[in-house]
Design a binder for this molecule. Structure first.
Ligand SMILES: [Zn+2]
Length: 81
């Protein structure tokens, strides 16, 4: 029984790591295309913070250009030009 539980836990970890790897690969490809001057569409979800916060917040690696621009430190109301 303990072996079955261990196998289930390891399978759960494997699924999580696989999803994280796919997300990291997709973000890297998105960033590569952006740096090369293309305008790739945002990933779905645009960033993991938006996914976990129901679109209430976005992180600095957001793939939505509008969200990324508004998140830049120089665009914050408290920043000085
Ligand atoms: Zn986002």
């Amino acid at each position: 029984m303990a072996g079955l539980y261990l196998a289930a836990v390891l399978a759960w970890f494997a699924v999580g790591y696989r999803a994280a790897h796919h997300r990291t690969t997709a973000e890297a490809e998105w960033e590569r295309r952006r740096v090369l001057g293309e305008a790739p569409p945002p990933l779905n979800p645009c960033c993991l913070l938006a996914h976990h916060s129901n679109d209430a917040a976005h992180d600095h690696r957001c793939t939505d250009e509008f969200r990324r621009i508004t998140l830049h430190p120089t665009n914050q109301p408290w920043s000085t030009p």
